[in-house]
Design a protein around this ligand. Structure first.
Ligand code: NAI
Length: 258
């Protein structure tokens, strides 16, 4: 299948997890994929292991200068961008041991989570719009979360940033439509997807298995999702099969929001 034939794609946070799965699937579907991340060693390794047209580029999504560098690089090498997957994200509450509830809010941690999850997506959309005007059919896919739709008491910054991503996606969708740009924009809302993001919380061995079972028991489909489950949703929104779809939120969550 070549559902993304001749598409030039940029995936952020592609060194592991959902971003890696998207990069692999999109290459399988005939796209040219630029993987990007802050973990350059892992990103290079993953990119070299992918069969197809893949390359790696450093990009810290929270940095304006990094976006300007990659914009110039893509413009000079490809002349346009067809798909942006704004995937890079941090939870804050999984990476640090500090509290992330509203009462004990730590403003530095709050800013850090928003700088990656929200500023990163906004800068990505801004950069992509400039590059996508030269495409005939372009798509921006933003990774929000189930937490962008419901409140999460122990993850205030994460939930707030992901809710903002959901809304910014709709704003970008309407803005592009009103300006007759050939650009659609949608958000994906994963539930619990088993990726390295969860490692710090799940632990190892038997404790890990028990934790996965406990999380799964709250999900109607009774299992955590795979990175590939999200990659297939991203494939639909990236491809021209969704050419009449913009401003939507697509839940990939085993039914937890049903
Ligand atoms: P992950 O933690 O396994 O991978 C995230 C990748 O982003 C890593 O390679 C990391 O180096 C990179 N990254 C972190 N900060 C960055 C920055 N400033 N600039 C560029 N890259 C950066 O995470 P996972 O699970 O693959 O999640 C991907 C996206 O999906 C995230 O936005 C996450 O919030 C979202 N998501 C994940 C869920 C899950 O259960 N795994 C659930 C809901 C949403």
């Amino acid at each position: 299948m070549h559902r993304l034939k001749e598409k030039v794609v940029l995936v952020t946070g592609a060194a592991r997890g959902i971003g890696q799965a998207i990069a692999q699937l999109f290459c399988d579907e005939g796209a040219t994929v630029i993987l990007s991340d802050i973990n350059d060693e892992l990103g290079q390794t993953v990119s070299s292991s992918i069969k197809g047209k893949a390359e790696y580029h450093h990009l810290d999504v929270s940095k304006v200068d990094d976006w300007e560098l990659i914009r110039r690089y893509i413009e000079s090498k490809y002349g346009r961008l067809d798909v942006l997957i704004n995937n890079a994200g941090i939870t804050g509450f999984l990476e640090t041991t500090g509290p992330h509830d509203p009462e004990n809010l730590d403003i530095e941690s709050w800013h850090k989570v928003h700088s990656v999850n929200l500023d990163g997506v906004a800068l990505g959309c801004k950069t992509a719009i400039a590059l996508m005007k030269k495409s005939t059919s372009a798509s921006i896919v933003n990774l929000s979360s189930r937490s962008g739709i419901v409140g999460i008491p122990g993850a205030a910054a994460y939930a707030s940033s992901k809710a903002a991503v959901r809304n910014h996606s709709k704003t970008v969708a309407l803005y592009c439509a009103q300006n007759n740009y050939p650009i659609r924009c949608n958000s994906i809302h994963p539930g619990a997807i088993l990726t390295p993001m969860w490692d710090a919380m799940l632990g190892e061995g038997d404790a890990r298995e028990s934790a996965i079972k406990a999380i799964s028991s709250d999900i109607p489909l009774n299992t955590m999702g795979d990175a590939k489950d999200v990659a297939y949703a991203a494939l639909y929104l990236a491809s021209d099969e969704s050419k009449y779809v913009t401003g939507i939120e697509l839940n990939v969550d085993g039914g937890i929001l049903a």
